[in-house]
Design a protein around this ligand. Structure first.
Ligand code: ZN
Length: 98
């Protein structure tokens, strides 16, 4: 698969995911779940679509290295690579226990 075909596939997935998430908001959900979708998930999906438009999709926002394709397939809206994500979560854990 070419890089362009891969990104096009992720874009189609993101647009579909955005629609599914928006539709799910209309159903009865635990309130905190709906807030998470509205404030975090939907903006992340929209930002990912914007990054496809400006050609920066698939690059880690923290270290600028390519994000692992496996990650982009599982969660096309991710903004950083596995290494930075692990580091970020480690920082959260250490600041929570401090
Ligand atoms: Zn990174």
């Amino acid at each position: 698969m070419t890089e362009d075909a891969f990104v096009a596939g992720r874009k189609a997935h993101l647009i579909n995911k955005l629609r599914v998430v928006k539709e799910s908001l209309a159903r009865d959900l635990p309130r905190d779940h709906a807030i998470w979708k509205t404030r975090i998930l939907i903006p992340m999906i929209k930002a990912a679509i914007d990054r496809i438009k400006n050609g920066t999709y698939g690059r880690c926002m923290a270290c600028d290295e390519p994000i692992e394709k496996r990650r982009l397939i599982l969660r096309p809206e991710v903004i950083c690579c596995a290494t930075c994500q692990t580091e970020f979560e480690g920082n959260l854990r250490s600041s929570a226990s401090a």
